[in-house]
Design a protein around this ligand. Structure first.
Ligand code: CA
Length: 648
């Protein structure tokens, strides 16, 4: 009997000397903390009885002490319940609430506080961060590395995006989160040798699998609250261990350390684990914003909307006065709010004529976003304007001109580093831009980690293999639908995504007659306008689409919203298909899905947001029709390969 009991105790509670346990409000998530024999703090996580993170180390090695071992628990707080509610105008939903349990454990080395780890656990998300303490007279430190690890159970498969090497890619502009995802891959590979970027998705087998049909457990890892006080991290893989790693030394032109420095007492970013028996908790999570707060007030009531963007179809050559004027007229014709004028405007149009163009756009009720090269010393990209965004003095001079001219926002490209110094520059650009009433889109850049809430004038970042690659190469077109099945539950679930898609051209060129060929359907273009979310959408429509695209597609795009009240996951499997619903700020539900498999996909889509008997518009098979919602509030569809569906 005694033997049986000790076996149960061991298997339930990972490894234990002095154990602490924290659970979610519903009790399904359980985090067990323990201390290994060498004094290394460890944690493990179970979800609904299944181990989702095996016993894994915590701790940091710093310039003022090695806090990865020789530690003891000095204190633990009571578990307290924390609740919150907040609004956001620029995110995937307009109102968020959370209800979580929080507990802090203080670890000491030689009886002196080394760090706290605080766990914040709601019913589908676990977040934790470290608080570092001063040591003797040291009021700041550099964190050399972290032991923080996510050890995944054997048999887990992965959906990960390999990290790019520093100073690679176009003109030394990488890393920029632009590699291909791998779907359902085995563990053990370390990406392209440099690990993987956040967010990271894993599929586990539920220990209840013999009893239940739907026996997968999904786990997403990410981090939030990264600003100028830390670097962005990635995950190095060793076997089934995913270890928090810092940027590489060569990033950002080799300038700035890869290790972050912090003022003491001080905090690391929150690392997050989202878990559920479907992808619903990923698509709907708010953990990225629950744990951060606005770092400054919005200087004005920022407006969002749809934007035309000539570059994606017509490339650099289109960045001239006449074609941009043509696109302004096109935006006005569509009733859209913005135009994005891309690289080289400074030389091809010039500052004086740009001022005229902005005035002309304003007369048509079209706001202007202008492209900038981020650079100082960290890239060789020749496109201008260059040397305007990296220094405070130059930047503020430029922004004063932009404000006077009436420009509404900027797209700042080619940043390419996750170092703390780079994070500080992102923050400085955002803060300055807010003073001049400018919204900000970043391209060739890092993943935003909580930025929608932290910086109210932040619109979106690329940080994804985006539409430009559809223009650059055929392979991206051939697998276009694949990526659309993962972004809504992964990359775009944690942050606004400037993808620049929904082309209605058959070909990515001005004449719509040669070059890279789109193999997705027109309904697919409509569906991704819903599936991909950012409050200012730089859509890939072209003026010729007014006459060469189906009228129902143009009518849909004229009315498509970009600001949302709510998001609901309906169905999907990354790499195969996805169906998601979004509710616009004026209360209309849009259900959108795409099929990336080689065969037509038969689905019975649950649409509880519509009433039984209600008439809905159904976009399918390159057509629009009316359909009636049945008593079960479902709808049967067959989505073509590389096609889509929209129900509204
Ligand atoms: Ca890019």
């Amino acid at each position: 009997m005694k033997q049986i009991l000790s076996f149960i105790a061991l298997s339930l509670a990972c490894i234990t000397t002095q154990a602490q346990t924290i659970t979610s409000p519903d009790g399904k998530i359980k985090v067990d903390l323990s201390t290994a024999e060498n004094g290394q703090p460890m944690y493990c996580v179970t979800y609904d009885g299944t181990k989702i993170i095996e016993n894994s180390p915590l701790g940091l090695n710093t310039s003022i002490g090695d806090f990865t071992q020789g530690l003891k628990v000095k204190a633990e707080s009571e578990t307290k319940s924390v609740n919150g509610a907040y609004d956001m105008k620029n995110g995937k939903a307009s109102h968020f609430t959370f209800n979580a349990n929080e507990k802090t454990i203080t670890y000491a080395k030689e009886d002196k506080e080394a760090f706290d780890v605080t766990f914040h656990i709601d019913n589908n998300n676990i977040a934790f961060r470290y608080k570092m303490y001063p040591q003797r007279d040291r009021l700041s430190c550099m964190v050399k590395n972290e032991s923080t690890t996510f050890t995944m159970p054997e048999g887990t498969t992965t959906f990960l995006c390999p990290a790019m090497g520093p100073q690679g890619g176009f003109a030394r502009t990488a890393p920029s989160y632009e590699t291909f995802y791998e779907y359902d891959a085995e563990m053990g590979k370390n990406g392209h040798g440099r690990g993987f970027t956040f967010p990271a998705l894993f599929k586990l087998q539920s220990s209840k699998s013999s009893k239940q049909k739907n026996a997968n457990i999904w786990v997403m890892l990410c981090e939030t609250g990264v600003d100028g006080t830390y670097c962005g991290s990635r995950l190095e893989c060793k076997g089934n261990k995913y270890i928090v790693a810092y940027p590489e030394d060569a990033e950002f032109g080799g300038v700035g350390t890869s290790a972050p420095g912090i003022m003491l007492p001080g905090f690391t970013p929150w690392r997050t684990i989202t878990v559920g028996s479907s992808l619903k908790p990923m698509a709907e999570t708010s953990i990225m914003w629950d744990l951060v707060s606005p770092k400054y007030e919005a200087s004005q009531n920022y407006k969002y909307g749809r934007s035309v963007w000539s570059w994606i179809i017509r490339m650099d050559a289109s960045c001239n006065y006449d074609e941009q004027k043509e696109y302004i007229d096109f935006a006005a014709e569509l009733g859209w709010e913005y135009i994005l004028i891309d690289a080289l405007w400074d030389t091809n149009i010039g500052y004086e004529r740009m001022a005229e163009l902005v005035k002309y756009a304003a007369s048509k009720n079209v706001g202007v976003f202008l492209w900038y090269n981020s650079n100082g010393y960290w890239n060789d990209a020749p496109q201008g304007p260059r040397g305007k965004m990296h220094s405070l003095i130059e930047r503020r001079k430029e922004m004063a001109w932009l404000k006077k001219t009436g420009v509404k926002g900027l797209k700042i490209d080619f940043v390419g580093s996750d170092k703390q110094q780079t994070m500080q520059m992102y923050e400085d650009i955002l803060a300055d831009a807010n003073e001049y009433g400018l919204e900000i889109i970043f391209h060739g850049c890092t993943l935003p980690r909580g930025w929608e809430r932290m910086y109210p004038n932040f619109v979106a970042s690329e940080a994804v293999r985006a539409s430009e690659n559809l223009s650059f190469g055929q392979h991206d077109n051939d697998i276009e639908a694949l990526a659309a099945t993962i972004h809504p539950v992964l990359r775009n679930a944690v942050a606004n995504m400037d993808f620049g898609g929904s082309a209605l051209n058959k070909f990515y060129n001005k004449g719509n007659n040669r070059g890279r060929k789109r193999i997705t359907s027109d309904v697919y273009a409509l569906a991704t306008a819903i599936l991909f979310q950012t409050p200012v959408q730089n859509f890939a429509l072209a003026p010729n689409n007014l006459t060469d695209a189906p009228a129902w597609a143009i009518d849909f795009m004229k009315a498509v919203p970009t600001s949302w009240q709510d998001v609901k996951f309906i169905d999907g499997y990354p790499g195969k298909y996805v169906v998601l619903a979004r509710k616009s700020v004026d209360g209309k539900w849009y259900v959108a899905g795409v099929n990336a498999t080689k065969e037509p996909l038969k689905l019975n889509i649950a649409i509880p947001m519509f009433e039984a008997g209600q008439q809905v518009k159904l976009y399918l098979n390159n057509n629009v029709s009316n359909a009636k919602v049945n008593k079960k509030r479902t709808i049967d569809v067959v989505i073509p390969s590389n096609g889509g569906v929209v129900i509204m």
